[in-house]
Design a protein around this ligand. Structure first.
Ligand code: SAM
Length: 407
């Protein structure tokens, strides 16, 4: 597919280049923020699986430069309209409304263009952002980038030191210094194989890695937002997240294609069970820790069955399911849990919890599944930030004769 053909078929790809975002994913985060106000009261942020860095760009522009998008921009525009209306039809407002509008518009952020002073004030706010990926991330204003694997236990002290150079793992154990983070984001995705069930399984493992890392560093009240692939068995995942967060919502931003299984899990108000100690050495998703925690919280996880996955030889994976109480088996792929809808026990107890599902993004926003006609003279732009070390780099070098093929 040519560049300009992709511009027509993917409005967000085109807009990302026009607006200077490194990837179209930036719009997903902006639309999630529009719905959930993710960036308010946030000063320590970790962006997992961040390359090429469009989510980090959003963080940098909102939290460091103080730019306004989505909800806060709309609030500003509304306030400005109310102020203009007050100027033209003062009699249409009650004295209380007038006072409130005048107060509102005297607060900063209501100029058309953001003033330099405001941007400087935002820049001087005490904000720290760390972005992590297996791939290198091209530098971004005010952001510390780390090349690391989010599944590796050594990544936690690495990122805590990046957030606070005085962090000392020896003295920090069990103290607040270990939990300074307000918001953990994860847009992690493995290389997709096209084998649907396998892709969903691998994605869920990456999600568990992000969750385990988040549990290690989030402060109480913190937020966790992560990409998920909605498979048959996501109910159990939502219920597991509910052990740790007061509010768990599944969100589908308008910029995420309706045809894709991708969605985002938005978890608000982190409230770990009493006595819970997160550790990447003993991560959740392995063994029976989650079931124990659910019992302590007096929650009932959906009744599950142990599942074994085998290749059907037809390019798909079969799940063979044996009814069993909620449990996981150590090791290998048999850890997958499947909700057994034929089992009526949960209905009797009435304890099954279903995560709310929200579509987010302004309805006037572009539809990511539609094609748009572009002007005849439209000039297609190059991507803002081509990948620094893409997986196909070596193949290109071999083709150009710069590198020898493997024997
Ligand atoms: N949010 C990014 C943005 O806005 O530019 C896009 C992220 S991209 C969809 C998914 C990223 O997950 C890839 O860059 C990949 O390298 C990263 N990833 C996959 N597994 C990872 C792991 N174990 N540790 C760190 N990063 C990982």
């Amino acid at each position: 597919m040519g560049k300009s053909s992709k511009d027509k078929r993917d409005a967000y790809y085109r807009l990302a280049k026009e607006q200077g975002w490194r990837a179209r994913s930036a719009f997903k985060l902006l639309q999630l923020d529009e719905e959930f106000d993710l960036f308010s009261n946030v000063s320590r942020v970790v962006d997992l699986c961040a390359a090429p860095g469009s989510w980090s760009q959003v963080l940098s522009r909102v939290l460091i430069k103080g730019e306004k998008f989505g909800r806060s921009a709309w609030q500003d525009r509304d306030a400005k309209v109310r102020q203009q209306m007050l100027g033209v039809f003062p009699e249409a407002f009650t004295p209380e409304q007038r006072e409130s509008i005048e107060k509102d518009t005297s607060s900063p952020g209501h100029d058309d263009a953001q003033s330099g002073a405001e941007a400087t004030a935002a820049a001087s706010r005490d904000v720290k952002i760390v972005s992590i990926d297996l791939q290198p991330i091209s530098p971004l204003a005010g952001i510390t980038t780390l090349r690391a694997d989010i599944t590796h236990p050594a990544t936690v002290p690495l990122l805590l030191s990046a957030l606070d150079p005085s962090y000392d793992p020896a003295t920090a154990v069990g103290t607040q210094a270990q939990h300074p983070v307000d918001l953990v984001l994860s847009d992690g995705a493995p290389d997709v194989t096209g084998l649907h069930d396998l892709d969903i399984y691998v994605q869920s493992q990456l999600l568990f890695a992000a969750l385990n890392l988040a549990l290690c560093v989030l402060k109480p009240g913190g937020k966790f937002v992560a990409k998920i692939f909605r498979g048959r068995n996501v109910d159990i995942l939502y219920a597991q997240l509910k052990i740790f967060f007061e509010k768990v919502v599944v969100a589908k931003p308008r910029s995420s294609r309706a045809s894709s299984v991708e969605a985002f899990i938005v978890c608000l108000n982190f409230r770990p069970p009493a006595g819970f100690h997160a550790s990447l050495e003993e991560p959740l998703g392995v063994g029976q820790r989650l079931d124990r925690l659910a019992r302590e919280r007096e929650m009932q996880l959906p009744i599950v069955a142990e599942a074994t996955m085998q290749s059907s030889g037809r390019g798909t994976w079969d799940c063979s399911v044996a009814s069993a109480p909620a449990t996981t088996r150590e090791g290998g792929i048999t850890e997958v849990e499947v909700y057994d809808e034929t089992n009526g026990n949960d209905k009797e107890n009435g304890a099954r919890w279903i995560a709310p599902f929200i579509a987010c993004g302004d309805l006037s926003a572009f539809d990511s599944d539609a094609s748009y006609k572009l002007p005849e003279d439209y000039v297609s732009l190059d991507p803002v930030q081509p990948p620094i070390a893409p997986p196909y780099k070596r193949a290109l070098e071999i083709r150009a004769g710069l590198s020898k093929p493997p024997r």
